[in-house]
Design a protein around this ligand. Sequence first.
Ligand SMILES: *Cc1c(COP(=O)(O)O)cnc(C)c1O
Length: 414
Amino acid sequence: MNSATDTYVRPKLGLGSAALDEQEQHAAVEVLRSKNLFRYYGDDPAHPPQRVARLETEFAQWIGSAYAVAVSSGTTALETALAAIAVGPGDEVIVPAWSWLSCATAIVRLGALPVFAEIDDTLCLAPSEIERLTTPRTRAVLVVHYQGVAADLDAIINAAHRRGLFVLEDCAEAPGTRYRGRPVGAWGDVAIYSFQHNKPMTAGEGGMVVTRDIRTYERAVRMADLGQYRPYHHAITPPKEPAFSGSNFRMSELTAAIALVQLQKVDAIKDHCRALQSRIREQVGELPGITWRTIPDPAGDFGFELYFFIDDPKLVKPFQTALDQRQVNCLPRTGTYPQYYRENILTGRSHHPAASPFRDLKPWPGPGYRPEDFPVTEDLTRRFIALPIGWQYTPDDADHIAAALLAVHRELLG
Ligand SMILES: *Cc1c(COP(=O)(O)O)cnc(C)c1O
């Protein structure tokens, strides 16, 4: 090991959170000075609040969709989107077994049954799973654009729409990722985003629902605002749907002010990550014993996490340890693990026994909810190493990562 490596200090991780600066501070202070913290009204009728409304308009334009509804988190965005397309008890929703907790909990909260699907080497939903898992009760497919990479949308949307299923795109980890020239979130029937701390653009917490369908829009507003559809929204499209009992998932003006600034930054964050990812890939090339993650559309990739699979599972841990010793940030499973290992799925419980969609499935966990039912997901997710790229990474960091990768490969697989 040379002296350059000895003195090298690994860069800090973080995307939107690492790009926070005076701009977000000013934006937040401006809202506090205005004393209008609630989106629909304040104490001064001459100066109505406007940040949440502006965020919705700008976000929908940025994605290239018609309507957006700002909400309190990515998770409440999922619940809002599922409610908007009328998913409920007795319905099934196909969802990749490998995804964030919320993707399953949101379906369960709506009373519907999450039906877990295998991923493929995109680390997103395997399109062929839609045919295998569709039943007369299937209502929707929840596709997750996992860690900045667009899923194989053409195949997924074709398979789903041919069977009359809604497509809900979970873009929480992929705001601004494109697929065949258009942003993800503009492809399916409804899409969601998250502005939680770890996401490419952040306001600490926050979320967005996007759709081009008027009815889905109105129902999303109603779900997120206690069933109400206030005059602000009438001006966008007049009410046609009956009220129903929704929840309060509204976004505050403070959150929107910060998200509006981050929306101006997220494309630059993407360009930065893409450039460094290409720089690493070009220097490393193809290596025997290692396969890069399949990216359905490399031209539209966000590029904030580089994944490769090691053929020999026994070498994954040593490879990761050796990279870590060389001051390379690298993660096994990146904090995610298959849904069927999560405590809430293992218990099958909801807040009340009668509310659980799993209540009649005995024994529990049964087929479709056990590790042995997902040989591909089990294999793939045990053989990858993820190399995150952050906003504060430099070209020198990319060069260091590439050199470390080549050195560790030589050491363990050469
Ligand atoms: C983060 C995340 C969510 C949930 O977003 P929160 O804002 O944390 O509630 C949903 N789906 C995916 C894929 C995510 O990564």
